[in-house]
Write a protein of this length. Sequence first.
Length: 380
Amino acid sequence: MVSELKALVRRNLLNMPGWRTRRRILVIESDDWGSVRMASREAYNYFLKSGFPVDKDPYNRYDSLESNDDLEMLFAILASVRDKNGNPAALTANSLVANPDYRMIEADGFRHYHYEYFTETLNRYPNHHRVMDLYREGISNKLIRPQFHGREHLNIPLWMDALGRKDKVVHEAFRFGMHSVHAEENPVYFNEYTDALACHTPDQLELLPAVLTDGVEIFEKIWGFLPVSFMAPCFIWNTQLEKPLADAGIRYLQGMVNQFQPVFGQPYRYKLRYHYLGQKNKVGQRYLVRNVFFEPSHFPDADNVGTSLKRIAVAFAWGKPAIISSHRLNYMGTLDPANRDRGLKQLSRLLTAVVKKWPDVEFMTSDQLGDLISTGKSNQ
């Protein structure tokens, strides 16, 4: 009872400050599209038999490069509901546009980093030959809207340093075309090379603006339009990176209520920076703050639908859009089809319940919500 009361208080506090609207707006923000996490079922079985706790981490257990089947089944669920304006549910797919080019890195003696567009990565995977056609179809039908999640979901300096030091675990993962396996159940370095913008020295920070600018340019080449919102991998970024992002056209910064700012000279230590919905930073960007968390793969035995509906109700009661965090892994089935079935079934239940309970709901993507907030028309 006490824990439930505390949770309710936290949900209300999260929604108190910032931009408001009388409209019931729902946004689904989903991270990690385009990246490789667990490369294959073969890789998963190998590391599990080798004693790595890959079964304890949901990303290693379930997450993989999106396949034809993953997108087709997800789009069917999104298209199954309509809002007051006749629009289907829409997913903001925060996209990584590149992955390490493992063959080139090895051929170069692990001395220099090389990458490939994620569209090239798709070509090496079975059941992925229609992914880009499906994406284009999904965009055209207003089911999905890619936005920028970074060039890679990878801390390049730390990873290349580990390769250069011949770190055994890193090289084992490399052999399967992966950069992370979470070798320990409770590691000191929890993010294990996925924290792309976690710079803990001025030299590391100096490298990142060019990486982000390059990533935005690749994004435009792949998708045919520029992104206007950005979601930092692992919710970690240095505030100094907001200016180069703004220069590249990024107007909205997705995230949680807290930004994790790396502390120079103290690896894996972060300073929390508080943000609220619609808050404007020094370069004119606005923050979008997630207030609902729908992650069935993280909590397979929980009442994910019921909890999310409670959070949505609180958001609407405060005049806030419901911004749902729901990572890609919830809808991936290459490693475990049961994971995808469970995630999609619960997503369907959630969306069906939303349109039934709030028939005036409006589905939007992050860029649409950001544009609405920027107009300043908070009471429409």
